[in-house]
Design a protein around this ligand. Structure first.
Ligand code: ATP
Length: 436
């Protein structure tokens, strides 16, 4: 299979209703995207797959949903007000602005080719600021969170006291974050408004190295289990000069994007930095008393931090394929069934009234368990192609024989194999094939 070009996926996303440019009727809003009927389902599936693995299938992680707006004190304590910035340079010739750390040659402008035309680098804070209440000005300033993580730290005590967990345990959250990125781009890879899936895993300090190792491996495996080929993924430990102000070690899980290796998720060893900072700034004791050993300590934190949109881009890029069926070219998204927007398509062979009631009944039965699409337009061949292109793992075709023999045809997206199945056992058959 040839490497997927970004344009192939961007076009498919637009054509089939996964992702649209934001505010398109007004000419678009740069590097912002809206998720259509299929894209919103897929985003939900990415979130749910993460919550399933990180929360549902284990007993040491709980989920929260914290506020997006936060007062400045939170970000003073976290260090974001002082440190969360990118170094910016302006080209004095073409007036374009660049991130200094993204330049291949710090002396050459990638915009116009001029040499030595850059201004001194200036720190540009990435947080969006706004005002709470009717009066703009000092005292009313609030920030839109640039990461979900601080919601877990400021709620550490609440969760500890109400959930009966003790270290090692984690607090997970999925939600929107906002960064005034200087160079957004590469489709949904880097946008100013995006969604994160983060877990702060609190551990006894002596166990932090072992848990860091555990989470690096576990998070890499999550992408493989959801269908990304292992050779398109790698774990890259950060060099010392790349580490964030709070980090004692970070590894990026990188994906082979069409433009090269890039970050998909970061796993950071945040030490006790955040809890200590919030304890100092708030005056609250943010620690844990270990009764068994009669000792009080501030837990260390391991943080796996992923992006919902960035993960969706990687899943789409890895799943995109073109092949031939019966001498005819087709585009196919080989998405894992858990990620596919629709799990099953119900396709009556004809629009004739005699078939509709049975086909609708099957749609209702399957629809109680799965996201199902019902499509009775065009030829059956075209409808199969459409479902292949949006990644639907199974098609169920209802034909005139179904009225007589009480059976339907199931078609598999990847093999295109078709088998006849009694309607009475259809739900079981679908469940076996999907794996859930
Ligand atoms: P990058 O170096 O690519 O800017 P980062 O190291 O700043 O990313 P983190 O702060 O570690 O990113 O955030 C964790 C995850 O959140 C990233 O791995 C990514 O999946 C996602 N993410 C961060 N910034 C963006 C963005 N602007 N658009 C989309 N996803 C993002």
């Amino acid at each position: 299979m040839a490497a997927t070009e970004l344009d192939q996926v961007v076009n498919l996303c637009k054509r089939r209703g996964f992702v649209y440019p934001s505010a398109e009727i007004y000419g678009g809003f740069r590097s912002s995207y809206d998720y259509g009927p299929l894209g919103s389902l897929m985003l939900r599936n990415v979130r749910e797959a993460w919550i399933r693995t990180m929360v549902q299938e284990r007993d040491d992680v709980v989920l929260i949903d914290a506020a997006i707006l936060a007062p400045p004190q939170v970000f003073e304590a976290s260090g974001h007000l002082a440190n969360f910035s990118d170094p910016l340079v302006d080209c004095t010739k073409c007036k374009q602005r660049f991130r200094e750390d993204h330049l291949t040659d710090p002396n050459v402008c990638p915009g116009c080719g001029a040499t030595g035309s850059f201004t001194e680098a200036r720190a540009f804070n990435l947080m969006f600021k706004t005002y709470a209440g009717p009066v703009e000005g000092a005292g009313a300033e609030v920030y839109m969170r640039p990461e979900t993580a601080q919601g877990m730290f400021v709620n550490f005590l609440n969760v500890l006291q109400t959930s009966r967990k003790k270290p090692p345990f984690g607090i997970a959250q999925v939600g929107k974050s906002f960064r005034n990125e200087i160079t957004p781009g590469n489709f949904i890879f880097r946008t100013r408004e995006f969604e994160q899936m983060e877990c702060e895993f609190f551990v006894p300090p002596a166990e932090s190295a072992q848990w860091y190792d555990y989470w690096c491996k576990a998070r890499l495996q999550w992408y493989i289990d959801l269908g990304i080929p292992a050779e398109m993924l790698k774990l890259r430990p950060h060099d010392d000069d790349e580490l964030s102000h709070y980090s004692a070690g970070t590894s990026d899980i990188e994906f082979m994007y069409p433009w090269g290796w890039g970050e998909l998720e970061g796993v950071a060893q945040r030490t006790n930095y955040d809890l200590t900072q919030h304890a100092n700034h708030s005056g609250q004791k943010l620690d844990y008393f270990d009764q068994a050993n009669n000792e009080r300590y501030v837990p260390y934190v391991i943080e796996p931090a992923a992006g919902v949109n960035r993960a969706m881009a990687a899943f789409l890029l890895a799943a995109y394929d073109e092949d031939e069926v019966g001498g005819e070219a087709r585009t196919i998204l080989r998405l894992h069934p858990r990620l596919a927007p629709y799990k099953v398509a119900v396709l009556p062979l004809s629009k004739k009234e005699t078939l509709t009631p049975l086909a609708q009944e099957i749609r209702r039965t399957l629809g109680a368990r799965y996201m199902v699409e019902y499509d009775d337009t065009q030829s059956i061949g075209k409808r199969y192609r459409r479902q292949d292109e949006i990644g639907t793992p199974l098609c169920v075709t209802v034909d005139f024989d179904s009225l007589e023999d009480g059976a339907v045809t199931i078609r598999d997206r990847d093999t295109t194999e078709q088998v006849r199945v009694p309607i009475a056992s259809l739900v079981d058959e679908v469940s076996t094939r999907l794996g859930f």
